[in-house]
Ligand binder design. Structure first.
Ligand SMILES: [Mg+2]
Length: 274
């Protein structure tokens, strides 16, 4: 897929997420929209999704450490054929597989997540066993920036560097907001690039909504060293109704807001140059 197609795909998947959240009156739309371009870069460009669909042992692994944004991943997985798009309508309904946080009942989900601060450790375990088995697969872990306040993230960061995990890429959705406000007010995480570098990682910063920056950053490999991509993003990216407003971490659009957000996304898709 070329960049224009990736941009269109990300817009269409945001529309799917909007419908899921609006219909179910549940979910985390702000962080789902900020991280969507990262998911699209992984699932439509970097990873061999065919291998994931077949559960090949040498498939790349993806861990959504910020599991509360499950609806973004569900939209991607449905579009890639892991289950039907119709099932998206059951999001958070009684008896559904598509709960507000992902579980292994769902095709394509490697690990249940949502308790923040655990995904990186899980990814390290995956990277260790893949390397031990000489499997040439890569592990990607997507975390939130609010999640960087969890001490367990930094224990994992030390371990990944100690083990020299060149087959591990951590991604931070750096939208500078979390559930209760600005990350730098709630618990300042400071300069993440310098911090991860001090922990022994290869650290890169890029525009998390620009595929021409995201793809090379996510494809970066360094011998004996894990890579962290700090993706500068906008919470609620795609509609002025939501962008950069902390309340949209967990807010549900009204009927009027739904129509405005939908129109903004459709305009964004249309404006992608042909
Ligand atoms: Mg955040």
């Amino acid at each position: 897929m070329n960049i224009r197609k990736l941009e269109k795909k990300a817009g269409q998947l945001r529309l799917d997420v909007l419908d899921m959240v609006f219909n179910s009156k549940a979910g985390h739309i702000g962080g789902s929209f900020s991280g969507m371009d990262i998911l699209v870069a992984l699932y439509y460009y970097l990873m061999d999704v065919g291998k994931i669909l077949r559960s090949d042992p040498d498939r790349d692994r993806f861990v959504l450490s910020k599991g509360h944004c499950a609806e973004a991943l569900y939209a991607v997985l449905a579009d890639q054929g892991f289950f039907t798009k119709d099932e998206l309508r059951t999001f958070t309904h009684f008896g559904t597989r598509l709960a507000e946080h992902p579980t292994r009942d769902i095709p394509g989900i490697e690990i249940a997540t949502g308790a923040l601060g655990h995904g990186l450790s899980v990814g390290i375990g995956m990277a260790l066993f893949l390397r031990a088995d000489r499997v040439p697969a890569h592990v990607y872990v997507l975390m939130g920036d609010g999640e960087q306040a969890e001490g367990s993230v930094w224990e994992a960061a030390m371990a990944a560097a100690k083990f020299g995990l060149a087959n591990l890429t951590a991604i931070i959705d750096r939208n500078r907001l979390q559930i209760s406000g600005c990350t730098e007010d709630v618990m300042p995480v400071g300069n993440l690039e310098e911090k991860y570098r001090a922990f022994g990682w290869q650290a890169l910063v890029c525009d998390g909504h620009d595929f021409s920056q995201l793809i090379p950053a996510l494809a970066t490999r360094v011998p004996d060293r894990p890579v962290v991509v700090i993706a500068e993003t906008i919470k609620g990216r795609g509609s002025k109704v939501m962008e950069n407003i902390a309340e949209w971490h967990h807010q549900i659009p009204t009927a009027t807001e739904y129509q405005t957000i939908k129109a903004d996304l459709e305009k964004m898709i249309q404006e992608v140059s042909p």
